[in-house]
Design a protein around this ligand. Structure first.
Ligand SMILES: [Zn+2]
Length: 399
């Protein structure tokens, strides 16, 4: 049984660690050596042996550590060390100094990353001594911790870590990814595929447009098709009763950017479209690209007077979806709730992509479960409710 005073001590430690973590400007894409060294030193001070994992593609590292016997099985608690940028403009306090404030009688902790997701990292670090103690002299299954990099720019860093699970690193039975869900278990999200489509025509003087091929006009046909196709997909994908668990309850297509032409008096040689498809996790994410490829091929072949447009489509980034299913990961959540005398909640889904989809794709069941609300993430005056941290520590202490 965890005593009230013990929990109070662990929560205070979590706030202290969170304050240190927030002070690191670990913005995605920048070197994360400082924050990784801080976490590694903390783990080493408890006699653990954290490993830096990187494929050398970046200056940043993931960190992995096992508490208990170093073997396959057990649960992996995973969180990212990177944050989205914060300039300080529009903030009521320095985003890199954890600032507690009372709002309507509740204590909120302000700082960039406090919610997404250094709060979760602080909670798991504060519980390290307790988890070590619980595993002394018994063969309780191990707990693994992962601290990843560059999650906010496409979940890039975790790939290096997943590649080592089951070879250089133990392979866990399940993963809890601590993204902010207000401690509700989430077992699904859509996949996200981003594409850059380039349309190439023939440039000429605008006084004789018929002698060229206008790439913007070509792109215009494609834009209309993207919009029409989005409607078709919406009505098709929303027929699945399972779709109702997602918000919005259908797959989506959206055009985000358009760049084309060089001057008003020049027929545009090139136009570039940036678009994305967010597919319900059981849908084939490549079907949208195939449709757009077929459409553009047909368009080019049917231009009058033998004129040609050249379309190329490049995958800019892909994040796999997380498919809802009864999994071992939910089992760990359920066990924590039961041990904490709480009724486990049914799973929900989230609207944002996470590393959980990547673990799931690698065959390791994953659940998203963490303190704080995603509504507080990424914006100015990001905060986490202190009570969320306390509740998170209380439940994690049951592992
Ligand atoms: Zn996050």
């Amino acid at each position: 049984m965890i005593m009230e005073q013990q929990l109070e001590k662990i929560s205070q430690e979590a706030v202290r660690i969170l304050s240190d973590l927030v002070s690191f400007r670990s913005v995605s894409g920048s070197d994360n050596e400082d924050i990784i060294t801080y976490i590694a030193d903390y783990l080493i001070s408890y006699g653990l042996s954290p490993k830096r994992i990187s494929a050398g593609r970046s200056h940043s590292n993931n960190l992995f550590v096992t508490i208990g016997e170093s073997r396959d099985g057990g649960v992996l608690l995973s969180g990212h060390t990177d944050i989205v940028p914060a300039s300080g403009a529009g903030w009521d306090s320095d985003p890199f100094v954890l600032s507690p404030r009372q709002v309507c009688g509740e204590e909120m902790l302000y700082g960039r990353g406090a919610c997404d997701m250094k709060g979760f990292l602080a909670a798991i670090l504060a519980l390290v001594p307790r988890w070590i103690e619980k595993r002394l002299g018994c063969n309780k299954e191990p707990i693994h911790l992962a601290f990843t990099y560059d999650e906010e720019i496409g979940c890039i860093g975790v790939d290096d870590l997943i590649a080592e699970l089951g070879s250089c690193l133990p392979r866990p039975d399940a993963v809890l990814v601590g993204e902010p869900t207000l401690l509700r278990p989430a077992d699904g999200h859509k996949s996200a595929s981003r594409y850059i489509t380039t349309v190439k025509g023939v440039s000429t003087h605008s006084s004789r447009p018929a002698s060229g091929v206008n790439a913007i006009y070509g792109a215009n046909h494609l834009i209309a098709e993207l919009q029409r196709f989005a409607g078709e997909i919406q009505s098709r994908s929303s027929r699945d009763p399972e779709a109702r668990r997602f918000d919005p309850p259908y797959s989506t297509i959206s055009l985000g950017t358009i760049h084309g032409g060089t001057a008003i008096n020049v027929v545009a040689e090139q136009c570039e479209l940036g678009w994305e498809a967010r597919a319900l996790p059981w849908e084939d994410p490549q079907q949208y690209l195939r449709h757009i490829e077929d459409f553009s091929r047909h368009l080019s072949e049917t231009l009058p007077d033998g004129k040609k447009l050249v379309f190329t489509h490049r995958l800019d980034s892909f994040l796999p979806g997380l498919s809802p299913k009864a999994s071992k990961a939910y089992g760990y959540y359920q066990a924590m709730m039961v041990a904490g005398n709480k009724i486990p909640q049914p799973t929900t889904t989230v609207a944002f992509g996470t590393e959980a989809g990547k673990y799931d794709q690698a065959g390791i069941p994953a659940l998203i479960w963490g303190p704080g609300s995603i509504d507080r993430a990424h914006g100015k005056n990001e905060y986490i409710e202190k009570q969320q941290l306390v509740d998170c520590c209380a439940l994690l202490s049951k592992l």
